[in-house]
Design a protein around this ligand. Structure first.
Ligand SMILES: Cc1cc2nc3c(=O)[nH]c(=O)nc-3n(C[C@H](O)[C@H](O)[C@H](O)COP(=O)(O)O)c2cc1C
Length: 374
């Protein structure tokens, strides 16, 4: 198990082991985006459970980019103080916490459409596959606004006390839509060639870097494959990763899949059971071949022996659902119980975040409100 519990560096950040809690939307924030005490407690508990780095659930960088009513925000300065309390709680528990910055684009819950000016995407569409509403194309001025919103959100994350920021460029949200040749049919500098489709991402990275400074850890979660032939493909994703590496990104978390891939050919972006161990590992290796920064592989990691073997070729692995069921999974493995994660990938956690807040039907949560005992 030495490989798992071996320290590593994400930019200037020393991380004690190779297990990352991948960003997990908790549905436990107030209407204006402030974390509730239940979310603070849940996040601190993950830190106590020994995971090397916790990536908080995605935080919306602007009201327009908000994808659900109960998610965390980082779009205005009044949130710095409540977010700071979450950072303090994690640090008090001996952990490290990253903020994940997100503009949802048109990938949002249908109930959110009414509050939108858009919803917006790279190109106009008569109906978005996720929210079911017509999509408006962002103007160039609005794109500059989005870039500025990411930068200001990153500055707030740093001020609040987060240890790193992660740009969410995966899973069919706004930046991934720009990268997708099918979703992005623009004919200006933000569409067409890969360099043009990736321009928004590069501008966001540069603006975030400028906002937080050279020494502050900035990393990305990106989809190496959108899950259907018209979307982002692994070779293009690896080219984008190589350019981000050249620009100075501190790490790349490699995921895959979009809701559109699920809709078009059943290629789920958060796969239910049975899930292959390290489902997207091959994509992470493709990226690893092209970059010098650390690469993190996400999805389907459940068996510590398989994880240890993967760590001979990759820098870290990230897990989401296993930490919902077992917040202290890292400590369990560290202390010698090497049975695989108990998570059965039933995806009931995805239902719970909509109206009850993050939980596992098999887990007694912070308030002991288990739905099922097992
Ligand atoms: C309840 C839930 C919420 C999620 N929220 C986010 C999120 O906010 N940001 C993100 O990048 N991925 C999110 N994901 C995806 C996970 O980070 C991860 O990529 C996926 O669950 C696969 O990893 P796993 O097999 O370890 O669960 C979420 C997944 C679940 C199940």
């Amino acid at each position: 198990m030495g490989a798992i519990f071996c320290p590593w560096r994400l930019g200037s950040l020393d991380i004690p082991n190779r297990l990352v809690r991948s960003a997990t939307e908790e549905g436990l924030s107030t209407g204006d985006g402030a974390p509730t005490q239940r979310l603070v407690d849940l996040t601190a508990d993950l830190a106590r459970g020994g995971v090397g780095l916790v990536v908080a659930g995605s935080a919306f960088i602007s009201r327009e980019g908000r994808g659900a009513t109960n998610v965390t925000g980082i779009d205005h300065d009044a949130l710095i103080e409540p977010l700071g309390r979450m950072c303090d709680a994690v640090h008090g528990a001996g952990g490290l916490l990253a903020a994940q910055l997100l503009h949802s684009g048109s990938t949002l819950r249908p109930v959110m459409v009414a509050e939108k000016d858009g919803p917006y995407g790279p190109s106009a569409e008569s109906v978005d596959p996720v929210c079911g509403a017509p999509v408006r194309a962002l103007t160039k001025a609005q794109i500059s606004g989005v870039v500025g919103d990411y930068a200001r959100a990153a500055a707030r994350a740093r001020e609040a006390g987060f240890d790193a920021v992660q740009i969410h460029a995966a899973h069919g949200y706004l930046i991934d839509q720009f990268l997708s040749p099918a979703r992005n049919r623009r004919e200006d500098a933000y569409g067409g060639s890969l360099q043009h489709r990736a321009r928004l991402l590069y501008e966001v990275y540069e603006a975030v870097r400028c906002a937080v400074g050279a020494g502050f850890p900035v990393f990305i979660k990106m989809s190496a494959h959108d899950g259907w032939p018209g979307g982002v493909q692994p070779d293009e994703a690896a080219q984008v990763a190589a350019e981000l590496d050249r620009l100075g990104i501190d790490a790349i978390e490699v995921s895959a899949g979009t809701p559109e891939g699920t809709r078009r050919n059943g290629w789920d972006h958060i796969m239910p059971a049975p899930i292959p161990e390290g489902r997207f590992f091959a994509y992470a290796l493709t990226v690893k071949d092209r970059v010098s920064c650390p690469v993190i592989s996400v999805e389907g990691w459940r068996d510590p022996l398989r994880i240890a073997a993967a760590l001979e070729r990759i820098d870290a692995v990230s897990l989401c659902r296993p930490f919902i069921r077992e917040p202290h999974l890292a400590a369990r493995w560290r202390d010698g119980d090497l049975t695989p994660a108990k998570c059965i990938s039933c995806n009931k956690c995805l239902d719970l975040i909509v109206d009850r807040g993050l939980g596992c039907i098999f887990h007694k949560g912070a308030r002991g409100q288990a739905l099922t005992d097992a």
